[in-house]
Design a binder for this molecule. Sequence first.
Ligand SMILES: N=C(N)NCCCC(=O)O
Ligand SMILES: [Zn+2]
Ligand SMILES: [Zn+2]
Length: 315
Amino acid sequence: MTSHTPQGPVDASLTPRYAGIATFAKLPRIEDVPEARVAVVGVPFDSGVSYRPGARFGPSHVREASRLLRPYNPAQDISPFAVQQVVDAGDIVANPFNLDEAVRQVEEAATELGERVEKIVTIGGDHTIALPLLRAITKKHGPVAVLHFDAHLDTWDTYFGAPTTHGTPFRRASEEGLIDMTASMHGGTRGPLYGKEDLEDDERLGFAIVTSEYIEEHGVQAALDRIRDRIGDKPLYISIDIDVLDPAHAPGTGTPEAGGLTSREMLRLIRGLADRNIVGADVVEVAPAYDHAQMTAVAASHVVYELISAMGKSV
Ligand SMILES: N=C(N)NCCCC(=O)O
Ligand SMILES: [Zn+2]
Ligand SMILES: [Zn+2]
């Protein structure tokens, strides 16, 4: 589709990478190029959190850490910003005092952006935003296979009676028929639950699970075999809660759980999905106030980079 030569990031050998405004990876803004295949967009919103707040500052923190990304990705043998036009589409405005309005705003903005570009990678924001993002993407693709990397199931029913929170997006999305339940899966799940019925409810909804413990016990390749089998060639939406990583790799998040993945495992998991039909993705729950030395933001920026690289494989 891209007829013009993609405009890549600012050349870090000519302009120091720490100079200038931090778009994602120092890429052009959407308004600076005639057309784009992939857009990175931020959703600075955290009114759906149940514990530590602060993910509203996630997009700008991840952009800051993404300054150091380079144009060639040897792990996937691809120059993700040369084979396709990738842009930074800025931030979606979401009302911090009215959650339902915010969810509508995200759906509307993601729908509009989805008409301009083929694929969107969203940087959150708390996990509530996966619901409107799925509402938007299913208008284009119908129900999608959801691969959800997270310490948590996020299929709980309500918190304090509220149906729309960061612990409930995949319950709402499955009730609305947005998810292809024959092909969807959680990855990296772990940690204490409210009760055994959390797992039973989740299974009843139709999700499969590859736990953090399974990945440790059997390795990334075995996990990938199960994931790839389940997804097949369905349109795939990948939602990555950064708390899927161990707090040692990603301390800057709102509901940390011990016993998580390393960033190395997470990056390998994404690489192993590069030949699937990835139609969209999000990386959520980066909360900079709890981060140290940009650890979480560096991990998140590399996760986004691997996702964009994987998307570049289908050009
Ligand atoms: N989506 C994230 N990160 N967390 C959900 C945690 C829900 C709880 O507080 O029990
Ligand atoms: Zn989580
Ligand atoms: Zn989550």
